[in-house]
Write a protein that binds this ligand. Sequence first.
Ligand code: APR
Ligand code: PHB
Length: 390
Amino acid sequence: MSTKIKTDVLIIGAGPSGLLLSQLLYQEGISSIIVERTSKTRVLSRIRAGVLERGTIEALNEADCDARLQKERIDHDGVILGFDGDGFEIPIKALTGHKVTVYGQTEITKDLIDACERRDQEIHWDCPDGQIERVDGDSALFRFSDAAGVKTIIESKFIAGCDGFHGVSRAAIAQSKPFERVYPFGWLGVLVDQPPVAHNVIYANHTDGFALASMRSETRARYYVQTAPDETLDDWPIERFWETYVRRMGSLADGLITGDPIEMSIAPLRSFVSEPMSYARLFLAGDAAHIVPPTGAKGLNLAIADTRRLAHALASFWQGNETPLNSYSKEALDRVWKVERFSWYLTRLMHQFPEDSAFEKKMQRAEFDYIRSSEAAQTMIAENYVGLNF
Ligand code: APR
Ligand code: PHB
């Protein structure tokens, strides 16, 4: 026996996309239910990137979920690119009129969950077996059971697939076409309670591999190094991490304060897009439809841009205008591909690719030297880094 409940929009996944969507729909008087595979504790423990575009800040402000962000944000006017230990700053604010903001994705997720709880948003945590049953016809149907085995079926006007790369919703789009590039390396990230080595984010390429300096606050730093694709944390005792980090950063790591990490994790790098992003009553947003490599920190920003677009399209539908919903996939993908291009470009520029010939290595160095000497090239990077127009 299953209990049957109804809502306007069933949202699969309580990541940033699903949580923000429920909040934006609530503001428009549209009801939603969120079903999440895992626990709230698990969702809140995921450490992800932390550089926000102005469009993301605007979306969180519109959603009225930015009170803590406005207090704790760290704004950056520039970003540093390094090559073989030597770097230069791209003055993003001077070139575009905009800044980027450091504020961790984990904190955004917490702020969004708090907002959901304040308004008694229905969220079903710990529902491991959710399945889409129907997305066409008069209504959509989604079936799941909770941790206690209680079965529920939800009938809704629409389903929002906000269930990330490993979710179930993408597979419900029968004619979907995947586009993918898996990179021959991973990133090892270290979170440490020490003041960050620099005020700006630093992306550094070195013959030995990529390294990145970032932060979460004035007292918490986030550092990364490129790893071989098959390496695990067992291959990376912290001493090896710091020694590698200092070698790759060169003078860019002057003043670095090392320490015991409070978190260490390795993630593979991939570019992925699934087209289209909608079918019948199902609409995908965020990582369910696309993945970017973390170079440039676009993953969360892209997810928030999709979500904002989808919320607007659904609100228009309820106001009697179906056009934005019908063009959602096409318009979202236009922007997705541009952001995929930038993330791929920066990944290509800043990493060591094992398959590169001596010629390609020279090309990479020439590209870096060209950017350093050209305001036009720096402006291209800056306008993508601060976020393309919505
Ligand atoms: N049923 C319910 N929930 C599911 C299911 C399912 N079958 N499958 C996956 N989920 C949940 C996951 O447990 C996760 O909490 O969907 C959520 C998806 O969240 P994210 O992966 O964070 O994706 P999204 O909300 O689109 O946010 C994108 O997160 O992955 C990063 O770099 C990415 O910053 C970007 C952002
Ligand atoms: C981070 O702060 O974790 C971070 C910053 C920039 C990136 C990726 C990750 O490109």
